[in-house]
Design a binder for this molecule. Structure first.
Ligand code: HEM
Length: 136
């Protein structure tokens, strides 16, 4: 019986996180920071969702979102922000606005050269939050 090892040796990196985590597929913290920065540009250019951010502390939003993406991608972070229910309660986000943001995220990940598999893995994890974010 043959065992095929894919992707080289399964070691760990300096921060002691296994190499094949989604976190690493997203480019680690520098990659996640680029994705979040790109998403901010997408939001800024989308008149369907930009109005929701008028009262938002963008620096905090950027920090907390990056921390959360790192956390759910099995990276070395623990999310310390508000729960998704708390953060979005007053916003009345519609299903269409949720999809607009996800479309923006996909465009950013495409531009960043994230593999389709990693894109889908992240989107699946974010989809689990849909019920706490979209107003119903
Ligand atoms: C899966 C998708 C989403 C994730 C993971 C997410 C994540 C977050 C995070 C981490 C925060 C910061 C919480 C804190 O300050 O402690 C936040 C806030 C916010 N989110 Fe989302 N979000 C998502 C979808 C959306 C959508 C679809 C919209 C609107 C179209 C939206 C609009 C906002 C706004 C406006 C804030 C700032 C709220 C405030 O100013 O207090 N989010 N979100």
């Amino acid at each position: 019986m043959f065992i095929i090892l894919q992707g080289g040796c399964a070691g760990t990196t300096e921060d002691n996180v296994p190499e094949q985590t989604l976190y690493h597929q997203l480019g680690g913290m520098p990659g996640i920071d680029r994705i979040v920065a790109g998403l901010l540009w997408e939001i800024a250019e989308d008149s369907r969702i930009l109005p929701l951010f008028t009262k938002t502390n963008i620096t905090r939003f950027q920090e907390k979102l990056a921390e959360q993406l790192c956390d759910i991608a099995d990276g070395p972070c623990t999310y310390t922000g508000d729960t998704m229910k708390e953060a979005h309660r007053r916003l009345a986000v519609t299903p269409a606005q949720f999809n607009n943001l996800v479309d923006g995220l996909i465009r950013v990940m495409e531009r960043e050269g994230i593999s389709v598999g990693a894109q889908n893995a992240l989107l699946q994890r974010l989809a689990l939050m849909h019920g706490d974010i979209v107003f119903s």
